[in-house]
Design a protein around this ligand. Structure first.
Ligand SMILES: C[S@@+](CC[C@H](N)C(=O)[O-])C[C@H]1O[C@@H](n2cnc3c(N)ncnc32)[C@H](O)[C@@H]1O
Length: 237
């Protein structure tokens, strides 16, 4: 079984469960979870000066909390799109949303044309990907981003203590397989290898809960005709 098949099965079971397990999925991945676990993303419209022309894709959208939040906050004229491996997550996302579109697909193989989206986000997805799939994911994000578009990716990160890392992995793998927690520099290197000319540590803060470190990055595809300076450090002088 591949890691993608495993993640799909685990999230389908989690989102499709009844009782406390199903309730935890609806809480953690709904609007309440957006504020608690992805706190700085709530202000993304202000931070990135998003406006109604935004064309947003959220990869690993879960119950669609970020898709719905951003689309209504900026008054987007076009529907936003959420993709997820789990049809049970997408059913939940779609159940109270007449505006946006939800598509069952993997972020590593997106069913969208090149240069489609002005903003691509992916929250808490990449811990489920092995190294080859991580490279594929960033390549796909780069492909579907329109010139001048931005990518924002965030995930749980490693901490400096082995003991804490084991504890955090245990917390994060209650219902799914143990995560792969990568440092920000690794993520930046992979994104650069997948074609991103501009990518940086986004240092998003604060994340309220759970008390586990986060890594976040921002990347962009330059507008058509723009030439990136070879050595940006010379611009500081
Ligand atoms: C931890 S949940 C996060 C959901 C949402 N981003 C949030 O923050 O509420 C991870 C989601 O990513 C989805 N996922 C995992 N691997 C994926 C992949 N390769 N492509 C698309 N979705 C994926 C899972 O099905 C799950 O819904």
């Amino acid at each position: 079984m591949t890691s993608l098949q495993r993640a799909k099965g685990e999230y389908n079971t989690w989102f499709g469960s009844g009782g406390p397990k199903g309730l935890s999925a609806r809480l953690l991945f709904g609007p309440f979870g957006l504020w608690l676990a992805s706190t700085p993303l709530v202000r993304l419209p202000e931070e990135l000066h998003l406006d109604s022309t935004m064309v947003h894709l959220d990869i690993g959208c879960g119950a669609g909390a970020l898709v719905k939040h951003l689309n209504s906050r900026v008054g987007a004229t076009l529907p936003s799109v959420g993709v997820d491996l789990s049809h049970n997550a997408l059913r939940l996302a779609d159940s109270d949303d007449n505006t946006n579109r939800y598509v069952e697909a993997s972020g590593t193989n997106l069913p969208f044309a090149t240069n489609t989206f002005s903003l691509v986000t992916a929250g808490y997805v990449i811990k489920h990907l092995d190294d080859p799939d991580l490279l594929l994911l960033f390549s796909e994000i780069h492909r579907v981003l329109a010139p001048g578009g931005l990518m924002v990716v965030w995930e749980f990160g490693p901490s400096s203590s082995k003991l804490l890392n084991r504890w955090n992995s245990g917390v994060l793998s209650r219902y799914v397989s143990p995560p792969c927690l990568r440092p920000i520099n690794t993520l930046i290197d992979v994104a650069k290898n997948s074609g991103f000319e501009y990518v940086d540590n986004a240092r998003l803060r604060p994340f309220l809960l759970p008390p586990i470190p986060r890594v976040s990055m921002i990347g962009g595809k330059p507008p058509d005709g723009y030439v990136m300076p070879e050595n940006t450090s010379s611009l500081k002088n």
